[in-house]
Every structure is written in structure tokens, then in C-alpha cells.
Write a protein that binds this ligand. Structure first.
Ligand SMILES: [Zn+2]
Length: 510
């Protein structure tokens, strides 16, 4: 209803504009010549010199259409009988200025009827002489690869510590574009960062000389910088190594001092693949990596590498168990009324008893029907330092025929844990739905310890739902997950016996 009222007002305005310009009487036409004009994508944008600004107009066919003071839009050939679709591109030039304004478009018909319209969204042209910087807000900040979205958010490039300085060169909707290096970009959601006043220096640093050492818990690499630069880490396989790219950093590392206490790090070194990308390469001594954590201490980048547990067995091991959902977050529901949050808690509690009977110390993210954000769970686990994590969920699909069990991991380094759990879950008689990698789930995000998500079965499938609500089947699932963890430890142990990638360094021999 509101739309129609606005439409009438708009036609009146358009008509009077035509009248003022002394155009012919058909400027009073009741049909607007421009039915829509938008930026593509249709979102508020910030652009830098060299970026392309795309616009699309739908209106009267056969017209001449311009935006940004004369830039032409081109009419496309009719698509499925639809004509009057125009597209235009403007390449932002150095010195262009535009301060969060809607774009104006002008349409001129062969009869010299002029109509003007404005985009709903605003555009800013950024000034490279006044760099726009921002800092990350929390120790759970992250970068995205692109503007993609799905139920669990866009594909994440990795996590960042708080107060990391980012150089923003663009914006689309609620994400800023981050210039990591001359040839590398990422995106960051606006809520993750705090903007600084424009005009700061683009973050850059020479690297100092490193120290490598170990304490009773972890191995550490410390790299002094003069600013908290963004970084990206990846755990690579064959051979197992942690590779950390530090963006905006250039080597002045003239020695790497390796001190006592190192247990997991092998022969560390660096590369400078690009003038502004400093690559830290940390070979690990075990085939199965146990994870890492990166943070800043003042402006020193600290890479903390987790060692595999001294004894690869459940006795004495700290195992984290996460019961998915809870409180107001009910999760999926079955036809009989079974709720995911209750099923996950029931299975997690049985899993806890099984693990404790095997001698493990169990850390639960929740033990009752309480609401708990994913971020709260991640921070709790970061404090508790478990040796590994299993998150228990219940799957659901709109197609009620879909059934079976599945396991999910994010990083390929943690695939063996998910694979072992998946195998044992299938051994209970549940159909195998799949082993899923690169999964963008919050509790598959931590890099500090191996972690996996078990989607026990589909509550949306009647047969699976019967299993999920049966205490005896829940017990079987808890036992299967416990066997899966044991298998993972056993396989890791066998891997260790088959051979380490490097001998213990002489420094530690004493
Ligand atoms: Zn769930």
C-alpha cells in the first residue's frame, strides 16, 4: 500500500521537473520512464581508484542513459522478452571524490523527455592519501575470503587477535575490504573492527630477529614487529608444518635463536615470497599436528604450538564435550517433538560418563538446558585447554527420507579425529551420510586442539529419530564416540612409532 502512495508522489515530482525544464507535455506521462536504478551489488559501497562501480537501470527502452556526469549506460539486448535493461561501469579515477551520496542517473528519450532518479544506496570514493585504518575488536576477530554468505556465515580465511591494524580500501554493505598486501585482499564484517580516523600510515614493519623456545606446556616462536600486522596461518600436511604469512612485513630477521625446551618445532625458517608478505615456516616433528594459537604480546607476534599429549591414551587426558544448542536455542526438532538441545545434552552426558570411566577428565561446555553462544564456548575452551574436542549435534533435513550419521572438520590436519568418529558411529548400524571437510562451524574453528563435530543422526527421519530418543541407542552413540577418540589416539601413536620427521635437536639432548 505504501509503495503505491510513494509512486504517485514520484510521478508528480517527475512531471513537475519536466515542466520546469520546459519539456513537451508528454513529460506528464503517468508511467515512469525509470522503474529502477541501483548499484550492483545493491548495497552501500566504498571504492578506491581503479575499482569498478557497476550500476543497472530498468526503464524506457531506446533511451540515452548517463550517470556520474555523462558516463553512458549501455542498453542490453532483450532477455526473455524484457527490454529496457541498461548497465554501466565507471572505473574510479585518482582524485575522484564522492562522500556517501546516492548516485544520480539521467534518462533522455528520443522525444527529449528527461527523467532523473537516484540510487537507494550510497557510494563513497576513498582518498588513498587519507588511508582508512581499523583495528580488530576482540581476540575472536576473523577475516573472510569474500562476500559469500551461508547459514554459518561466509568462508573464513582465519582468526586474528584483538587490536590488529587493518588497511581498508573498500566496502560493500556491512563488510570492509582489507588490503593485506599489494596483491592480497580479504573482507571483514563491520562489527569485528573499530574504525580509526582517516589518515594514519598503512601498517608495515620490518621483522626483528626471532626466538624459538619451549616451556612446560608449549613451543613458542616470537617475532618482534613494530605494529600489530594481520596474518594468516595454515597447517599443511606431508610434511606437517605450520605456515604463517605476516602481511605488511619485510624481513630484517638476521638470526633465529633456538633455545632449550623445544619439543615440537623442527628446523624453522622464513621466506619472503612478496615484498610485503613475510612467511614463517614451522616444520612440526609429528605427523599429527595438535594445533596452534597466534596472538600478540605488545607488537611481538607469538606463535604458540601445541604438542601432542605426552601419553596418547584417554587416561589422564582432558577431553572437551560440547552439547549443541541449549536454552532458547532449541536446534532441530523431530516429528514426535524430540528437540535437538535435549538429545545432544543426553548423549553428551552419557559420553562424559564413558570418557570418565576410561580415565579422562571431561570439560563440558554446558551441563544443563542453558543458552550459550558459540563465542562463549570457544572462549571457555580456550581457558580450559582441552587436548581435543567433540561437539555433539543432531542433523535435520527438509527431505524426511535423508538419514544417517556424519562427522565434520574444518582443517585437514584434524580430519583423522573426525574420520575415526565417523567410522565408529557407522559401526553402531547407522547409515553413513558423509565425512565433511572445511566445515564453517564455530566449534570447528579453534586451531588450538583437534576438534570434530558429530551429527549423530537425522531427527527429521522417523527411523533415526527413534534411535535418537532411545536411551539405549544414545548410550551406543556415546560408546561409539569414545571408541572413535581411542582409535584416533591409537592411530596417532602408531604414526609416531612409524617415524618422526626429525630427530630431537642436540640442544635438548642434555
Ligand atoms: Zn545443531
Amino acid at each position: 500500500m505504501l509503495k503505491r502512495v510513494l509512486y504517485v508522489v514520484w510521478v508528480l515530482l517527475a512531471g513537475s521537473a519536466g515542466h520546469l525544464l520546459g519539456l513537451p507535455a508528454n513529460a506528464q506521462s503517468p508511467v515512469p520512464l525509470i522503474s529502477s536504478f541501483e548499484t550492483v551489488p545493491a548495497a552501500n559501497q566504498w571504492l578506491s581508484p581503479g575499482d569498478q562501480l557497476h550500476v543497472r537501470l530498468i526503464g524506457q527502452p531506446g533511451a540515452q542513459v548517463t550517470f556520474l556526469n555523462g558516463q553512458r549506460l549501455v542498453e542490453l539486448p532483450p532477455v526473455q522478452g524484457k527490454s529496457g535493461i541498461y548497465q554501466g561501469t565507471y572505473v574510479v579515477q585518482p582524485g575522484d571524490t564522492l562522500h556517501d551520496r546516492p548516485l544520480e542517473v539521467q534518462l533522455l528519450t528520443p522525444d527529449s523527455v528527461l527523467e532523473v532518479a537516484y540510487s537507494k544506496n550510497s557510494v563513497r570514493f576513498m582518498d588513498p592519501a587519507m588511508p582508512q585504518l581499523a583495528v580488530t575488536r576482540s581476540a575472536l576477530s576473523y577475516l573472510n575470503y569474500g562476500l559469500g554468505e551461508d547459514r554459518l556465515g561466509g568462508a573464513k580465511m582465519g582468526y586474528l587477535d584483538s587490536l590488529v591494524v587493518l588497511h581498508l580500501t573498500g566496502r560493500v554493505g556491512n563488510q570492509y575490504r582489507v588490503q593485506l598486501a599489494a596483491s592480497q585482499q580479504a573482507w571483514v564484517p563491520e562489527e569485528v573492527v573499530r574504525l580509526l580516523p582517516p589518515g594514519g600510515f598503512v601498517p608495515a614493519s620490518l621483522t626483528g630477529s626471532w626466538s624459538v623456545q619451549g616451556d612446560s606446556l608449549y613451543d613458542y616462536v616470537r617475532i618482534p614487529l613494530t605494529a600489530k600486522l594481520p596474518y594468516r596461518a595454515q597447517l599443511l600436511q606431508n610434511p606437517t608444518r605450520l605456515v604463517v604469512d605476516v602481511f605488511g612485513a619485510t624481513s630484517n630477521t638476521n638470526w633465529i635463536t633456538q633455545r632449550a625446551g623445544v619439543q615440537e618445532l623442527g628446523a624453522v625458517y622464513y621466506e619472503q615470497p612478496q615484498p610485503d608478505v613475510f612467511r614463517v615456516v614451522l616444520p612440526l616433528r609429528h605427523r599429527q599436528s595438535w594445533g596452534y594459537h597466534i596472538r600478540y604480546q605488545a607488537n611481538t607476534l607469538v606463535v604458540q604450538v601445541t604438542r601432542p599429549p605426552a601419553k596418547l591414551r584417554l587416561r589422564g587426558l582432558v577431553v572437551a564435550v560440547d552439547a549443541g544448542h541449549g536454552g532458547t536455542n532449541v536446534g532441530a526438532a523431530g516429528a514426535s517433538g524430540a528437540r535437538e538441545k535435549d538429545l545432544t545434552l543426553a548423549i553428551a552426558q552419557k559420553l562424559r560418563r564413558e570418557l570418565e570411566q576410561a580415565g579422562a577428565r571431561v570439560v563440558m561446555t554446558r551441563e544443563a538446558d542453558v543458552s550459550m553462544e558459540i563465542s562463549e564456548r570457544v572462549l571457555l575452551l580456550r581457558r580450559q585447554r582441552p587436548a581435543l574436542l567433540v561437539s555433539v549435534h543432531v542433523n535435520s533435513a527438509s527431505n524426511t527420507a535423508v538419514q544417517g550419521t556424519s562427522a565434520f572438520y574444518r582443517y585437514v590436519a584434524f580430519r583423522p579425529l573426525a574420520a575415526a568418529l565417523y567410522q565408529q558411529m557407522q559401526a553402531t548400524g547407522l547409515a553413513g551420510w558423509g565425512l565433511v571437510g572445511n566445515f564453517n562451524f564455530g566449534l570447528n574453528g579453534p586451531t588450538e586442539y583437534p576438534n570434530a563435530l558429530v551429527e549423530t543422526a537425522f531427527v527429521s527421519n522417523p527411523a533415526d529419530e527413534q534411535q535418537l530418543i532411545s536411551p539405549a541407542s544414545q548410550q551406543q552413540m556415546a560408546e561409539a564416540i569414545t571408541r572413535g577418540v581411542k582409535d584416533f589416539l591409537k592411530e596417532t601413536r602408531a604414526d609416531g612409532l612409524r617415524g618422526w620427521l626429525g630427530k630431537k635437536p642436540a640442544l635438548e639432548a642434555k
